[in-house]
Design a protein around this ligand. Sequence first.
Ligand code: SF4
Ligand code: SF4
Ligand code: SF4
Length: 299
Amino acid sequence: MTPKSLNLFVLPAIMLAIFLTIAVALWLSTGNAFYLFNFGYIGTALAIGMGVYAALPARKKPMGRRLAQFLIGTYMLVFLGLLQRENMQIEGFFFYLLAGIFAGSVIHYLVAKIVGVFIFNRGWCGWACWTAMILDLLPFKRHKTEPLAAPWWGLRYVHFGLSLGLVAWLWWGTGYRVEMQSVTELYWLVVGNLLYYVIGIGLAFVLQDNRAFCKYVCPIPTLQKIPARFALLKIAGNAEKCNDCGACNKMCPMDINISGYIQQGRRVLSTECIMCLECINVCAKDALFVNFGNDREVR
Ligand code: SF4
Ligand code: SF4
Ligand code: SF4
C-alpha cells in the first residue's frame, strides 16, 4: 500500500496549531501567561521556517530550516538560558527533576526531547537545536569520510552516564541544591555550551562531518531514541518511483540507508533521523516525502 504524503504547505499550519494548543493548555492550567508567549513564539518561528522551506525552490529550501534553527535556537539559548538564567543543559534537567521544580527547562525536555518525539520525531535536532545551528554552518555538510565504527556510537551513552553520575554525586554526595536563576545556573549553562561548541566544531573538522557531535558525543539522543522509534512523523517513500540511485543516502547527515528502507516498502525507521528533509530535496525522482502515520500502513 502506498503511504500518504503530507503537503509541505499544510505542515506549518499543523505545527502552529499544535504549539498554540500546548500554549493555551499550559496557560489555562497554570495561570502563567509566559507559556502563551513561549510556545506561541516557538510555534510561530517553526511555522515561518517551514513555510519558507515549502515556498522556496529545492536548491534553496534548506534556508527555511536554518531560519527556524536560528529563530528558536537563539531564543532558547539567549532568552531562556542566558537572560532568564535557566540551566538548559541535560544536568539542569536532572537537577530540576530531583528538586521537583517544574522549570522551563523541564518542559523543554518533555516537549522537544522526550514526549514530543512520539509525534515530531527528532525534529528538534533538525530544526531548532542551538548547538546544531552553529554546527550546520560548518563546511562539511556532505561528509567525505566513512562513519566511525560501532563502538564510537556508544560515546553518547558514556556521556549521558557521566552527566547523570555527576548530578547524583553533587546531589547526594555533597548536598548541592539547585537555586533558580542563580549565578551557578548561568555558569553551568555557559561552560557546558562552550564545551559542546568546542568539541562539536573540533570533531567536525577532524572527521570532516558537521554532525559528528550529534552522532557520537551528544547525550540527548539517549532520551530521544525510544520515542523516535514510535514517532508518527517519519520520512517515507514510493518504491515504484525510486531507482536506488543512492543520492539520498549520500546527502543524509546522519548516515542512514534511506533507499534500503524505501526498497523494502518501509518508512525510514532509523532513530538517527533528524527530519532535516535533505533527502527529500535531493531526490530527482520525487520519491520521498513526509508521512504522518504508523509503520504498518507502508509494509
Ligand atoms: S544530537 Fe544533540 S547537538 Fe545534535 S541536534 Fe540533537 S540535541 Fe542538538
Ligand atoms: S534519491 Fe530518490 S531515487 Fe535515489 S535512492 Fe533515494 S529515494 Fe531512491
Ligand atoms: S533520513 Fe532524510 S530527513 Fe532523516 S536525517 Fe537523513 S536526510 Fe534528514
